[in-house]
Write a protein that binds this ligand. Structure first.
Ligand code: GDP
Ligand code: CA
Length: 323
């Protein structure tokens, strides 16, 4: 492989953005081209008349350096005046906070959508304000918002289940209505086909990476590309680092372990996704299980404490692509 690889990253929000910061750094040091980041849009929703794209915005804000690193979502130093006013009107969702600066993004996006731009074109517009150092692509231009079917039969938007109920209602299934008719966003298939390496971020395998892989054509493109496909484990020592991905994994019958997630993704040579899987040092003992699946098992420290740590993980993932 070239020392200046063309890289595609498949990513969700928080784990995805921390990893993407590291990829940007690792590629800049090599003088490599900017990565293309294909972002999950299953979390997207309409609220109070505006279109929210939580994972796209997490990555946008993190790369721009304007994200709130303490809360883990939204803009640093944001205020909630409009949110308070919406609540006085009983509008929107009382358990879902919209920051004022964040609302500026949603208004801009919704305005452009109303003027006829596609989500891909909107992402391109949103990318002009700050030097992001990557190309951001939504996984699809179709609206395929994730819905959760919970025990008892209720169906709700993923954000209601995640934010309001803190994933405490037992999920039976995750659905993306309209996915059968969805197409990958323009550029997604081409980027995968032309890549040297595809990196699967340590994002939620079920509700972040799952929807990207479910867009018709994406799995086929990943199977056909001459790129090496390398995944990074979001599970360290049998636990999710943060968030509630374990509940999502349980719903689809996957144990919360780095090797179970590798098995869920599957080896490319056996019709699955991965050529290589990067495990945390804590999970070194699982490497033989992963290798037995038919993929390269590599080990590295996987805590994304800061950009340097994430860049080190990106380096290890790129190294695993060569083996
Ligand atoms: P979301 O869309 O905001 O939920 O974020 P993602 O789906 O992109 O990422 C969530 C996943 O990131 C969680 O399942 C965590 O296990 C994983 N994660 C978060 N921080 C770290 C970290 O420092 N290291 C690793 N390996 N995974 C992490
Ligand atoms: Ca998300």
């Amino acid at each position: 492989m070239t020392s200046s690889p063309r890289v595609v990253v498949l990513a969700g929000g928080v784990g995805g953005s921390k990893f993407t910061l590291g990829v940007r750094e690792a590629l800049a040091r090599r003088g490599a081209p900017q990565a293309t980041v294909v972002v999950n849009t299953g979390d997207d929703l309409w609220l109070s008349g505006v279109r929210l794209q939580p994972d796209v915005d997490s990555i946008l804000y993190a790369l721009a350096g304007v994200n709130d690193t303490e809360r883990g979502w939204g803009r640093a130093g944001d205020t909630e005046r409009v949110n308070h006013e919406l609540q006085q009107w009983d509008a929107g969702w009382p358990w879902f906070t919209l920051g004022d600066l964040d609302l500026g993004t949603h208004l801009a996006r919704t305005g452009w959508l109303r003027e006829g731009l596609t989500p891909t074109q909107v992402a391109e517009r949103l990318s002009r304000r700050w030097p992001l150092g990557v190309r951001l692509l939504p996984m699809t231009d179709a609206e395929v918002d994730t819905r959760v079917l919970v025990e008892g039969g209720d169906v709700m938007h993923f954000q209601e289940w995640w934010t309001r109920h803190r994933a405490r209602l037992v999920p039976r299934a995750f659905e993306n209505a309209g996915m059968d008719a969805a197409r990958p966003a323009p550029g997604v298939i081409e980027a995968i086909a032309e890549a040297d390496v595809v990196l699967v971020a340590p994002s939620n395998p079920v509700v972040s990476i799952g929807p990207i892989l479910a867009v018709p054509g994406v799995r086929e493109a990943l199977a056909a590309t001459s790129a090496r496909v390398v995944g990074v484990s979001p599970i360290i020592g049998g636990a999710v680092v943060r968030g509630m991905a374990d509940v999502c994994l349980a719903a689809i019958g996957v144990e919360t372990s780095a090797s179970a997630v590798a098995r869920h993704y599957g080896a490319r040579r056996a019709g699955g996704l991965l050529d290589a899987w990067l495990l945390a040092e804590e999970d070194t003992g699982l490497a033989p299980d992963v290798a037995a699946l038919g993929m390269t098992a590599a080990v590295a420290p996987l805590w994304m404490r800061d950009v340097a740590a994430s860049a080190h993980i990106a380096d290890a993932a790129l190294a695993a692509a060569i083996r």
